[in-house]
Design a protein around this ligand. Structure first.
Ligand code: PHE
Length: 363
């Protein structure tokens, strides 16, 4: 019989010498496999005399356990070393910028919309949406702009082919919505008050110059409940402007105005200074108009099946491009829609910075 001590020394040396998991497996098979040295010795036990078999059997069993433990320990050590070297090799510096460098930029319209949503979201408003193609009822009539109303002329409406289904006007062609106000009607028709919504979206008017494009964006606001009054309107919009332009004591004023769907109606101005063609938002001797607003006309509530004796509210609408131009110093509206990469790189925003009041509205 092979000398157990020599065998032990050989097998343990082979295990210790195994440089990787494959080598270790070879050492295991050579010792404990079907034809391994220890296995072969165990097979020989049957031919021994009882006394001899007892001693040799015990010695082999002890060796077998010892070898199995040594293999396990070596396996764990190799796995550790393997992990250590991978961690070392694959180490990354998480402070490096991503590669390839981010190419895309967030368009100022999207950025401004996100900023507006962040501010009104903090005040408890939720975002509502409606269709770009409207019927006469939602775009005009329900908003207290009946077919013969002079306000219709000011809207430079794009009419589409076909006829609508609202049955509220003789000329019932579908239109591209001329403002986001029709979404007020959709929301009031289907949701009982109290309501507190903003509606960012596209609007369309047949007009084109440095301050008008046939498609532009507005954000509508609507609050309806039992006790809202003009003071809430003024406070809400003042807070919004101060947060959006990041000027704590931004001067504001409300001028009487007219919209068929609000009564009374107002336009809101913010303070600014102008020198030559340039202006700066903040304290100054001049004013800049930024939005239209008013208390929801009781006729509009009635048109949506809301009892005007019980409910009242306010609404406002502003141009998203306009307030983006004022905040970010963009001189020409038409450039928003030219898809000029140099313009987008210059005026666009990094994609990973989501505007929030806590984290900051803009980079
Ligand atoms: N819809 C108006 C416009 O497009 C803006 C507005 C909305 C005014 C809501 C008052 C209330 O000019």
């Amino acid at each position: 019989m092979e000398d157990v001590e020599t065998l032990r020394a050989d097998v343990l040396a082979a295990i210790a010498a195994a440089g990787d998991l494959d080598g270790l497996e070879q050492a295991r098979v050579a010792a404990l496999g079907r034809k391994g040295r220890i296995t072969e010795l165990m097979k020989g036990l049957g031919a021994m005399a009882p006394e001899q078999r007892k001693t040799a059997g015990r010695a082999l069993n002890v060796l077998k356990d010892e070898v199995a433990n040594a293999i396990e320990a070596r396996r764990a050590a190799l796995a550790d070393a393997d992990l250590d070297s991978r961690l070392d090799e694959e180490r990354i510096d998480v402070t490096l910028p991503t590669r390839p460098q981010p190419e895309g930029r967030i368009h100022p319209i999207s950025q401004t919309t996100d900023e507006i949503v962040a501010i009104f979201g903090e005040m408890g408003f939720t975002v509502a949406e409606g269709p770009d193609i409207e019927d006469d009822w939602h775009n005009f009539t329900a908003l207290n702009i009946p077919p013969d109303h002079p306000a219709r002329q000011e809207h430079d409406t794009f009419y589409l082919h076909g006829s609508g289904t609202s049955g509220h006007a003789d000329d019932d062609r579908p239109v591209l919505r001329t403002h986001t106000s029709p979404v007020q009607i959709h929301v009031m028709e289907r949701t009982p008050p109290p309501l507190r919504i903003i509606v960012p979206g596209r609007a369309y008017r047949c007009d084109y110059d440095a301050t008008h494009t046939p498609m532009f964006h507005q954000v509508e606001g609507l609050v309806v409940d039992e006790s809202t009054h003009m003071g809430h309107l003024k406070g809400c919009l003042t807070d919004f402007c101060r947060a959006y332009f990041d000027v704590d004591d931004l001067p504001v004023r409300f001028r009487p105005s007219y919209f068929p769907f609000t009564e009374p109606s107002a336009e809101m101005d913010i303070g600014c200074t102008r020198e030559g063609g340039k202006f700066r938002i903040g304290h100054g001797d001049d004013w800049m108009e930024i939005l239209g607003c008013g208390m929801v006309n009781p006729k509009v509530l009635e048109n949506c099946g809301i009892d005007p004796e019980r409910y009242q509210g306010f609404a406002f609408g502003m141009g998203i491009e306009r307030i983006a131009m004022l905040k970010y110093g963009i001189p020409d509206l038409r450039t928003f829609f030219e898809s000029d990469l140099r313009w987008l790189r210059h005026y666009g925003f990094p994609a990973l910075q989501v505007p929030s009041l806590v984290g900051g509205l803009d980079p």
